[in-house]
Design a protein around this ligand. Structure first.
Ligand code: SF4
Ligand code: SF4
Length: 184
């Protein structure tokens, strides 16, 4: 008899725990389901005028890069830090002066994994992760973005990086600015 009583309480405790756990799970499910019927709930396109206006992102969001051609000194630190080698920097020595001129700054977004390791080593703070979160393209060539051919405002994130700007940058044959060592 005593042995039976000893087994009864753990058995009852297991049943109570099982019932309360299931009830809690059902309550979470039901509360989320009921929330979908709130009148203020809107569809995504009612809340955000995307793609006309960008969707707000968190302050430290890691989107497509921002790059400032006017201050980049072509030191290669970002390219060396990139774990997948997807930054290609073209440069030429400044004639009669010090340093280099950037002739190309391409990031291959078919390889980039948005880790931000390229941002930390930059000695002049001219590359950051941006807020643009999409860059649709029909070909792989559209994933190759040469920031030195983009308008400065687009490259630096004051205007949204978009497929049209990237497409138009493919027609540009020279960097849009001479860099810090040789103003265009
Ligand atoms: S975010 Fe990471 S993968 Fe992308 S370019 Fe920078 S270092 Fe390379
Ligand atoms: S972006 Fe910064 S780290 Fe990369 S080459 Fe230019 S100056 Fe150097």
């Amino acid at each position: 008899m005593v042995a039976r009583v000893k087994k009864f309480w753990p058995w009852l405790g297991n049943i109570v725990e099982a019932v309360t756990t299931v009830a809690h799970g059902m309550w979470v499910t039901a509360s989320v389901w009921l929330r979908t019927y709130r009148p203020e709930r809107k569809a995504f396109t009612e809340l955000f005028e995307y793609p006309e206006l960008p969707v707000p992102v968190a302050a430290r969001y890691r989107g497509f890069h921002r790059f400032d051609l006017t201050t980049c000194i072509a030191c290669d630190q970002c390219a060396k830090a990139c774990p997948v080698d997807c930054i290609y920097i073209g440069k030429q020595r400044v004639e009669g002066g010090k340093g280099f001129k950037v002739t190309g700054f391409t990031i291959d977004y078919s390889k980039c994994m948005f880790c931000a390791l390229c941002v930390e080593p930059c000695p002049v703070d001219c590359i950051f992760m941006g807020a643009t979160h999409d860059l649709s393209c029909y070909t792989r060539d559209g994933c190759l973005v040469d920031f030195s051919r983009l308008p400065l405002d687009v490259a630096w994130g004051r205007a949204t990086l978009n497929p049209t700007a990237v497409y138009q940058s493919k027609q540009v044959t020279h960097p849009v600015h001479g860099g810090p060592n040789q103003p265009a």
